[in-house]
Design a protein around this ligand. Structure first.
Ligand code: FNR
Length: 368
């Protein structure tokens, strides 16, 4: 269908499913085990209700913000999703080019199909990148990757901490064979187990021994802000703050890791309360992000009202570029922008700073 007929992120998903290879769909859409967490990521947003305010002169509204000190035209960033070429021949470069035209930040995946340098070389308009890190068993490889990213101007290091082993994504595993043509750079020369699905085949280098003791080492090798991606409890949020990192992503990896883990949105409530109780929140030097299930600007506004600085969006942009390449990415950004405008007007929030816990009723969030 013509792009102007695409009205929301759900449309991109339907179209992507119809046009991409079955194997790509299995890899992208799958989540672990019974896929309960991936469903919960959507339904959690539906348990939070707005408490809109009226008569606040919303003739102009502004949804721009900063993320880790970087300007962002939207209060969201495009999260790392691996193997973009399974679904579109230009892979992650579609995001790079689309995001550059609209001031949106892209997080580059360790397991991107396009090489890190090809993505950075394609940049324009002084765009901002973050990088996602899977920590290699060989720390020299990790050190080189991190320092190269910093040298090339990346503004944030998101260390994935929820994947000491990849979850079992059965849809993906049933596809069996691995398509090396879309393979990530990092996997080259590795011994891949072809019956484990795409995800598991490319992830054997990830170090399961990673621990809190490693954080000072990361601090010693880079000046980039360090963000731990995949925090799921108040206890670990406190440890992260005390470890001196610059932020956390409350995330269950899009439902792809521990099934029946809670949604990032639900975790946000307990994290903010626990940090507040210790005087750790608010702290402009420690930003809290949420990802998982974001498909509407209203989802984003709820997370920010409850204390997030911004949110990460994975599959929505993945499906947008699978369906329409760079133009799909730009259309997705435009749809989010239109939704922010309307929702902020109707909510009575003129700026992102106006969003506050009183604008939502999250009382049902912990009920399942
Ligand atoms: C991911 N995600 C992910 N995260 C990460 O840290 N490293 C990675 O390589 C990947 N790869 C990846 C592939 C695919 C196909 C998906 C769908 C997701 C997780 C991603 O960064 C993010 O946490 C979730 O995608 C957020 O949920 P939504 O927006 O997809 O619902």
């Amino acid at each position: 269908p013509p792009l102007e007929n695409v009205l929301n992120m759900h449309d991109f998903e339907v179209i992507a499913k119809a046009v991409i290879p079955e194997k790509a769909w299995a890899y992208y859409s799958s989540a672990s085990d019974d896929e309960i967490t991936i469903r919960e990521n959507r339904t959690a947003f539906q348990r939070v209700w707005f408490r809109p305010r009226i008569l606040r002169d919303v003739s102009t509204v502004d949804w721009s913000t900063t993320i880790l000190g970087q300007k962002s035209s939207l209060p969201l960033y495009i999260s790392a999703t691996a193997l973009g070429k399974l679904g579109h021949p230009e892979g992650e470069l579609t995001i790079t080019r689309g995001a550059a035209n609209h001031g949106v930040i892209q997080m580059i995946a360790t397991l991107a199909s396009c090489s890190f340098d090809d993505i950075i070389d394609a940049q324009s308009n002084n765009q901002t990148f973050f990088v996602q890190l899977y920590v290699n068993r060989d720390r020299e490889i990790t050190k080189r990757y991190v320092q190269h990213a910093e040298a090339r101007g990346v503004k944030g290091l998101f260390i994935t901490v929820d994947a000491p082993q990849l979850g079992r994504r059965e849809k993906d595993m049933r596809m069996k064979q691995v398509d090396d043509s879309a393979g990530a750079e990092v996997q080259k020369g590795q011994d891949v187990k072809k019956d484990q699905g795409v995800a598991r085949a490319i992830s054997s280098f990830i170090d399961p021994s990673l621990s809190w003791k490693d954080i000072p080492w990361f601090r010693s090798i880079t000046k980039m802000p360090i963000i731990l991606k995949g925090i799921a409890t108040a206890e670990d949020a406190i440890l992260a703050y005390e470890a001196g990192v610059q932020g956390i992503v409350l995330s269950n990896h899009g439902g792809r890791q521990l099934d029946t883990a809670r949604s990032g949105l639900e975790v946000l409530v307990e994290v903010v309360a626990a940090l507040k109780a210790r005087g750790y929140y608010p702290d402009p030097k420690f930003e809290i992000f949420v990802d998982g299930g974001v498909r509407r600007a209203s989802d984003v506004l709820k997370a920010i009202a409850l204390g997030a600085k911004a949110v990460g969006v994975g599959r929505a942009f993945l499906y947008a570029f699978c369906a329409y390449g760079q133009e799909g990415v730009e259309r997705a950004i435009q749809i989010f922008r239109d939704e922010f405008e309307m929702n902020m007007r109707l909510l009575g929030a003129r700026t992102i700073d106006d969003l506050c816990p009183e604008m939502v009723d999250a009382g049902a969030l912990g009920q399942h």
